[in-house]
Design a protein around this ligand. Structure first.
Ligand SMILES: Cc1cc2nc3c(=O)[nH]c(=O)nc-3n(C[C@H](O)[C@H](O)[C@H](O)COP(=O)(O)OP(=O)(O)OC[C@H]3O[C@@H](n4cnc5c(N)ncnc54)[C@H](O)[C@@H]3O)c2cc1C
Length: 512
């Protein structure tokens, strides 16, 4: 079998759920889209209400709400109550994972009031925001000032709390890294009721570095200070058709944002934005973007594309929470088994290998690829660059960061589309194994098949575990592995895991 041949599989029997999924678009277009539109109007009104408050009032409300959250946390009786969770309804979160842990006994702390932009400090180029502020809300507030978060994930509904505790990639991540790399400070409510401010260089710097990817399992985030960058009104987009074998496409993608002479910090050579879509194993479109002023954009010959289509385009995309709420368990399981929704974060120099692997094992198209930096940090965090990467001077790398890329796999695999047998869970297991062997990472919003041992082979747990003990999270918040784990969690299982962790020795933490 050559590298791009795919295995032959037997045909699969269709079920009633196949029928529902095939015609789900009818319900989505004629029912869901309309309700979704109403939800967006209500969210917009909520944002307006928040905007009308003065910054002083928002700060005052924030302080009062922090006190309420801490009071609630302090009311918990560890011998009687379950572990602490936010009161966010499982279907309202954007992630694909089943939020099964909320079915067991747990102690809810309501953070729903934390949805204000508390301050925009143009001098320090920082926005202080509460965790439920979402991307749509921050864009509306900052873009009129020609400012933006350095990394703005591409779906309005994604929240600051979710992106910093979870993933956080976007077309500018080849410059700024992941969302958490742009956070200057966290205000966090700890298990013992203290509220602390963690920064890179204060007494809580270990907590600062331990929070990203911890899924909120070190404390409750109540606000964050996030880096702002100056922007222009328009984006000059260049779409380049890439044709050839997957390896050639991979090289052309790398060349679009990673100069071969290593001049990675030169804005003349590196675009502000980059992402690529592969439509099949031989064709892709690489999109690069550079900010442009109104004057530049309106020059003769330029075509200005005002986004939003006349018919139903302006209603898109449908609200993800609503789609999840109307799914039901059978359809949700169907998607887990027959669709792949996974991201593979891999060192950039392995992107060709990753694309070939996906083709062979899953045959999913289109594929989304988007680069991001992994910085070398004073402490080894849950995700970290390959040891010694800086000595190889590979394309995209600098002495302070290794260039990675996300290979986003979000659709029905070829065998499913051809009506063949395909084991989705097994394919994800293989994907995870491949990632572990290639120093790659799997964002935890997706459904994972990892067992605990392999979870901690993929992610480094030393700083996280140390912070969990130092900041008394053990016994109050569940471990990040149990939170990410697929399937229902029994209370006994989670409690026993907590007890085991409490008895272990505190690990040593390295630098990277
Ligand atoms: C259609 C789609 C598009 C996506 N696009 C992107 C994208 O462009 N870029 C990207 O990076 N990701 C993207 N994602 C993935 C996204 O990063 C995750 O879904 C992520 O979980 C954010 O979702 P959320 O804001 O609803 O947060 P949640 O899922 O609610 O939160 C994520 C985690 O953070 C914890 N958390 C949240 N708030 C707090 C808090 N205040 N205190 C403590 N813990 C907290 C939660 O408990 C949870 O464990 C996408 C996902 C989908 C389904």
């Amino acid at each position: 079998m050559s590298d791009l041949d795919v295995p032959l599989r037997p045909k699969r029997k269709k079920t009633l759920v196949d029928f529902f999924v095939q015609f789900r678009w009818v319900v989505v277009i004629f029912v869901v889209l309309r309700i979704s539109c109403t939800i967006y109007v209500l969210i917009y009104l909520g944002d307006l209400k928040s905007e009308w408050k003065s910054y002083d009032r928002r700060k005052k409300e924030h302080d009062e709400n922090v006190k309420k959250a801490v009071k609630r946390l302090n009311e918990r009786n560890p011998s009687k109550d379950g572990l602490v969770c936010t009161a966010r309804m499982p279907w309202t979160v954007v992630g694909m994972r089943n939020v099964d842990y909320k079915r067991a006994r747990h102690f809810e702390v309501d953070l729903s009031a934390f949805r204000n932009i508390i301050e925009i400090d143009k001098k320090r180029m920082i926005a202080r925001v509460e965790p439920l502020v979402n991307m749509g809300q921050i864009i509306k507030a900052t873009v009129p000032m020609n400012l933006a978060f350095a990394v703005v994930a591409e779906l309005d509904d994604l929240t600051v709390g979710g992106l910093n505790n979870g993933f956080g990639i976007q077309g500018s991540s080849h410059i700024y890294g992941l969302f958490a790399d742009t956070i200057m400070s966290y205000e966090i409510g700890l298990a013992d009721g203290r509220v602390v401010r963690a920064t890179k260089d204060n007494e809580y710097s270990d907590l600062y570095y331990a929070i990203p990817w911890s899924q909120g399992m070190l404390g409750l985030l109540v606000s964050a200070e996030i880096k702002l960058i100056p922007i222009k009104e328009y984006m000059r987009l260049t779409n380049k058709l890439l044709k050839g074998k997957l390896r050639h496409i991979a090289q052309a993608y790398m060349d679009a944002f990673a100069p071969r002479d290593g001049d990675q910090d030169n804005p003349e050579k590196v675009p502000d934005f980059v992402e690529t879509m592969l439509y099949n194993p031989t064709e892709a479109v690489c999109m690069t973007g550079r900010y442009a002023s109104k004057e530049e954009a309106k020059k003769k010959g330029n075509v200005i594309n005002n986004c939003g289509r006349f018919l139903l385009g302006w209603m898109m995309p449908p609200n993800i929470s609503l789609l999840k709420a109307t799914q039901g368990e059978a359809i949700r399981n169907y998607y887990h088994e027959n669709h792949v929704i996974q991201d593979m974060l891999v060192p950039l120099y392995k992107v060709g290998d990753a694309l070939e692997w996906v083709h062979r094992e899953m045959e999913v198209y289109p594929l989304w690829v988007c680069p991001h930096r992994l910085f070398r940090l004073p402490l080894k965090t849950m995700i970290y660059p390959e040891p010694g990467f800086e000595q190889h001077k590979r394309q995209g790398d600098t002495h302070y960061a290794q260039m990675y890329t996300d290979v986003g796999v979000y659709y029905a695999p070829g065998p499913i589309l051809r009506g063949e047998v395909f084991d989705g869970a097994e394919a994800v297991r293989k994907l995870e194994k491949w990632l572990i062997e290639n120093h790659g990472f799997q964002p935890q919003y997706a459904v994972s098949e990892l067992n605990e041992k392999d979870f901690w082979r993929m992610f480094d747990g030393s700083l996280y575990e140390k912070a969990r003990r130092k900041y008394k999270a053990v016994g109050t918040f569940m471990s990040v592995y149990y939170k990410s784990k697929k399937g229902r969690k029994t209370e006994k299982e989670v409690a026993e895991a907590e007890k085991e962790v409490a008895e272990l020795e505190t690990p040593e933490v390295e630098g990277t």
